[in-house]
Design a protein around this ligand. Sequence first.
Ligand code: HEC
Ligand code: HEC
Ligand code: HEC
Ligand code: HEC
Ligand code: HEC
Ligand code: HEC
Ligand code: HEC
Ligand code: HEC
Length: 431
Amino acid sequence: MEHFRYGWILAGACLLLALSATGRAAETGEDACIACHQKVSPGQVADWRASKHSGEDVGCAMCHGEKHMTAQDHKLAELPDEKLCAECHEEQFSQFVKGKHNLGWSSMMAMPVTHLEPDELIEGSRGCGGCHNMGVKSKAQKEKQLELGYRYQNNSCDECHTRHAFSKREALNPRACQQCHMGFDHPQWEMWSSSKHGTRTLVKQAKDLPEGANAPKCQTCHMPDGSHNNHTAWGFLGVRLPFPEDAQWKQDRITILKALGVLHPKTGEPTALLDAVKTLDLARLTQEAWQTERDKMLQTCSQCHSKAYAQHQLRMGDDMLRQADRLMAQGIEIVAGLYQEGIIPKPESYPYNYPNLLFFMRTGGGDLNKLSHIDQILLKMYLKHRMRTFQGFFHINPDYAYWYGWAAMAEDLGKIQETARLMRATHAKGK
Ligand code: HEC
Ligand code: HEC
Ligand code: HEC
Ligand code: HEC
Ligand code: HEC
Ligand code: HEC
Ligand code: HEC
Ligand code: HEC
């Protein structure tokens, strides 16, 4: 395919050269795209000219086909997916499909809440879909997208080295990760950039550190050796199997998994959702899988720190997660009590009569008039503050780990206790 395309373009280029001698260059082939798009969208053409592709005969038609040639038929232009890039970049593609980014679209779609939100915030590349356009889409996923009237977002290889410059240097800059790894529930950009690791990187960029000085950026730790296969030990949800040996932590972990809907709240048996967790690699499910990622990370730290030092730092991170889980489980159990007593009615779309962390801020299960305040506090405790506690710790950020993380969790638990008391009192009066 690659050779076919190359050959085709080369033949086209020769033909065009011959044609341009007769002054008819703009009628067919690659030059026609450029000549017209120079007027229609000059910024794109300039970007492409600045890319390595332009010097390598990888032109507009190579990626978009030749069916569209006039201002009226632009819908005939192909919008290429990752497989087109793979024709020439097999190595990066095969790493990428083994990594976590390849599951971005599918894991978003697996969330019940996704289907309650406006399409513009999903397929329309803002909101959830703006960051989760990561991963090769299946045929069914593409068809769904078209059916809803969304034609773009077919490619995730342009998320870090953006089109049409497709620049490696851009992707190596930590700014390339910022749009998605920021904000409410995963502020890695904010945590890293104000940590010593980030400060050093930024100071070095400003040339205020000697050339040889070290500074790790996102890519150093998460794409070592330029690998497009990204994974961490704990991942986003901060859960894993097997259960911890510590009895209290194990109990707390079970409570959290119930609230995630992975274990049945009554029986403690795995639910159908556990299969999704497996398929979507939402957590490392064996000690080996977890340890492999941890060892890789330690290897990276050891480029600049002693191994013992790095091990100590990461072990403390694990321990913070244990302590955060203690607060979290207490919060869940209080709210679960209100469900059991019938003080909070089970929202229709909830699978069980139990708090569910996967409905995010939509605790009424789609009905915005039925939001329960205490559920909202619980969701923020999990998604915002528990995340900050351990993510901030791992990204060496004192303020995120304490004030925005741990301290905020303690505040949430206080609010949950107080609100539950008030709800019980009001409920008793109403009877
Ligand atoms: C005669 C002018 C002309 C020529 C020649 C031309 N285009 Fe276009 N192209 C357009 C116009 C006009 C649009 C629509 C712009 C808009 O929507 O504002 C467009 C849109 C596109 C789109 C976006 C399609 C979409 O669905 O949004 C792509 C991709 C594209 N052109 C690629 C090419 C390629 C590749 C070639 C050469 C094979 C080419 N164009 C030749 C005028 C041209
Ligand atoms: C290496 C492959 C590649 C090359 C070369 C390439 N494009 Fe694209 N182009 C893409 C990808 C990927 C998208 C995004 C597709 C999507 O969102 O589904 C895109 C999207 C577009 C769009 C629609 C989105 C927008 O921002 O307007 C236009 C128009 C377009 N390209 C024009 C061009 C033109 C003109 C050239 C030549 C100067 C060119 N492309 C060269 C890969 C390429
Ligand atoms: C027909 C072959 C071909 C296709 C298709 C292709 N590329 Fe390339 N790409 C190349 C060549 C050749 C280079 C230059 C390699 C070099 O200089 O080492 C390159 C370079 C790159 C680079 C490195 C640029 C730099 O700054 O060093 C990136 C990133 C890249 N391509 C991304 C993509 C993406 C994303 C797609 C799909 C949208 C794609 N390519 C499609 C052939 C292709
Ligand atoms: C600002 C970009 C952004 C937005 C908006 C966003 N996400 Fe995410 N999402 C991410 C990133 C980045 C991660 C990985 C974070 C981490 O590992 O710390 C993630 C992780 C996830 C995960 C967990 C994947 C895993 O393997 O653990 C799910 C599920 C998810 N998001 C669903 C959603 C849904 C549903 C929405 C909308 C309600 C949404 N996201 C909105 C960027 C975003
Ligand atoms: C999460 C961000 C990200 C995504 C998504 C991404 N890349 Fe990259 N890409 C990078 C980074 C960072 C580098 C530089 C790696 C290095 O050299 O250390 C890079 C480098 C490249 C290069 C240049 C390799 C070289 O050494 O010359 C190619 C080609 C490339 N990527 C293709 C792809 C393709 C194809 C996809 C989609 C399957 C893709 N990338 C998706 C971040 C990304
Ligand atoms: C010095 C190395 C280092 C740097 C630099 C770094 N991270 Fe991390 N990152 C880690 C460690 C360690 C973990 C936790 C690994 C584990 O689960 O054991 C982690 C975890 C993550 C996770 C999973 C969820 C979480 O936060 O625990 C994401 C996503 C992530 N980092 C993204 C980023 C982004 C984006 C940047 C740059 C803005 C960045 N990281 C900078 C070391 C680093
Ligand atoms: C377009 C948005 C986007 C960009 C840009 C992006 N990411 Fe991600 N990243 C995500 C999403 C979404 C996920 C969660 C994927 C899933 O659902 O499994 C994720 C997951 C990750 C994870 C895996 C965490 C885990 O669960 O183990 C790491 C590590 C990571 N990204 C690092 C990076 C780095 C480093 C960069 C920049 C070079 C980057 N990302 C750029 C959206 C993005
Ligand atoms: C590319 C080099 C590099 C890598 C890789 C790296 N660090 Fe660092 N780290 C530094 C530098 C430089 C500093 C700031 C100077 C200092 O305190 O040693 C620093 C600071 C720290 C600090 C704060 C020290 C203090 O006294 O405030 C901790 C903790 C830390 N790193 C842990 C880690 C961990 C854990 C990893 C792996 C996940 C890691 N580092 C990876 C270079 C690196």
